[in-house]
Design a protein around this ligand. Structure first.
Ligand SMILES: Cc1cc2nc3c(=O)[nH]c(=O)nc-3n(C[C@H](O)[C@H](O)[C@H](O)COP(=O)(O)OP(=O)(O)OC[C@H]3O[C@@H](n4cnc5c(N)ncnc54)[C@H](O)[C@@H]3O)c2cc1C
Length: 428
């Protein structure tokens, strides 16, 4: 809990019957023990924790025994493709192609589920995320789009357990892994979960990102936020904040990415699951100039389990989604930056932690044998993350206009991507 290995999935809070609670949600968002935990509960929490360990090869074999394809970067999969929801409203409201939302609504319509665990914004404190069980199309749509600040979806495990009916669960890799661990031990809290979906995952940000963003605009305190969006409007969308005063602040998503190095949740740097490898179906943005130029929203979709692949086929047959299959190489090329960050960078960063004598996660596998230049590049990246996370660096960036910083960030990132292109693509 007190190391950088905690991914804030929320399982320990959800399973603890109020003995563990998140504190300081607009600060460090840390789980804290308020009442003594007996041995039996401690044992369950230990087994459910995905921050400390999650055995990738073991779960791959158990969950996808008849899988057709496997790649160390992508995990087990049946098909990969590019697509979008054909329902215009869903596509517009979704983060990229609206695929996850479309799948949930389709399952609900077909009565294959009675509800879906999704992540919305808190009703009372609309600047914070809050998981809930959606039981209608409207509620699922309300929870569409990516939230880039900390989410602790699994803290609603008691509601999931009490729900009468079948559920789909949507979560980030750490949350999904914890649900898979609970399913493995046959824990009652997850018995209603029939399908698991999730977005790809680069990183999450601390709430300080929102505070800092407001400061740069010389805007009110976060307590005056009435609506907070991370991907508002046409794909890839804008970060948008609506305030009580009626003021609206909006910045292009690509520019708002400048917040990442200043506010990144450190656990994102040690997570090696980019494509949400233990879901039935996962989705990411189809980052390629050909799609980006067209706007409107395109997703990359990966089906993994038999039932995930069946949903995909049936939805295509029903005309609910557009899906065009692509090859593994094309998929890797589209997200080469993300794979490099997670499947090389994370392992090197974990190694750095080990050399410093700090606790490290055990994923049951390791990718190694990287070049000296890749290690060197990681040293620069890691140093930058440490320096940019300091209060002086955050204060400095707040003195500039976000449009200017965002522009500079986008340009520097493009330059950095170009100059490190060979190191990163090398034997990708
Ligand atoms: C924190 C984060 C980081 C991401 N990083 C990348 C990346 O590096 N590269 C990439 O290609 N794609 C990334 N994605 C995925 C991308 O933003 C889209 O979510 C994905 O393309 C699916 O789009 P969609 O239109 O199908 O989803 P939608 O139809 O909009 O549905 C999204 C679903 O995910 C749920 N959800 C949203 N945010 C969270 C959250 N924080 N925790 C739990 N559930 C959530 C929503 O409740 C909703 O049900 C990231 C997403 C998140 C949330």
């Amino acid at each position: 809990m007190n190391s950088h290995l905690c991914n804030r999935c929320g399982s320990c809070v959800g399973l603890s019957d109020g003995k563990i609670r998140f504190t300081n949600k607009t600060g460090n968002y840390t789980p804290k023990i308020f009442e003594p935990i007996d041995d039996q509960l401690a044992d369950t929490l230990w087994q459910a924790c995905s921050g400390k360990n999650f055995n990738f090869p073991e779960f791959q074999k158990r969950l996808f025994p008849d899988v057709q394809h496997f790649h160390n970067f992508i995990g087990a999969y049946q098909r990969i493709g590019i697509g979008f929801a054909k329902d215009q409203e869903i596509r517009e409201k979704g983060a990229s192609g609206g695929i996850i939302t479309a799948v949930l609504i389709w399952l609900l319509d077909k009565k294959m589920i009675d509800g879906a665990v999704v992540l919305g914004m808190d009703a009372k404190e609309p600047w914070l995320t809050q998981a809930f069980i959606a039981t209608s199309r409207e509620q699922i749509l309300e929870a569409a789009q990516s939230k880039y600040i900390i989410s602790s979806t699994n803290d609603i495990l008691p509601q999931i357990e009490a729900f009468k009916g079948n559920l789909a669960f949507v979560g980030l890799p750490g949350q999904v892994q914890s649900i898979r661990k609970l399913q493995q031990i046959g824990h009652v809290s997850v018995q209603h979960i029939k399908y698991i979906f999730g977005p790809f995952y680069g990183n999450t940000l601390h709430f300080s990102s929102i505070k800092s963003f407001l400061k740069t605009y010389k805007a009110d305190t976060y307590e005056n936020i009435t609506k907070l969006y991370f991907r508002y409007g046409e794909w890839p969308g804008n970060m948008r904040i609506e305030l009580k005063s009626g003021r609206v602040i909006e910045l292009k998503k690509f520019h708002a990415n400048y917040l990442i190095p200043f506010h990144i949740l450190r656990n994102s740097l040690y997570c090696t699951d980019f494509t949400n490898e233990f879901t039935d179906l996962s989705g990411g943005d189809a980052w390629a100039p050909v799609y980006e130029e067209r706007g409107k929203g395109f997703s990359m979709i990966i089906s993994r389990s038999e039932k995930g692949d069946e949903i995909l086929s049936r939805m295509v047959a029903d005309g609910a989604i557009e899906f065009n299959q692509i090859e593994e190489n094309e998929a890797i090329d589209m997200h080469s930056h993300g794979y490099d960050f997670k499947k090389r960078g994370s392992f090197i960063r974990i190694k750095f932690r080990k050399w410093l004598g700090k606790s490290i996660p055990d994923y049951g596998y390791e990718i190694k044998g990287f070049t000296f230049s890749r290690y060197f590049m990681e040293l620069i990246i890691s140093t930058m993350f440490i320096l940019m996370g300091t209060s002086i660096a955050r204060w400095t960036v707040e003195q500039f206009s976000p449009k200017f910083i965002g522009n500079m960030f986008e340009r520097t990132r493009t330059l950095w991507k170009k100059s490190t292109h060979n190191i990163k693509r090398n034997e990708l």
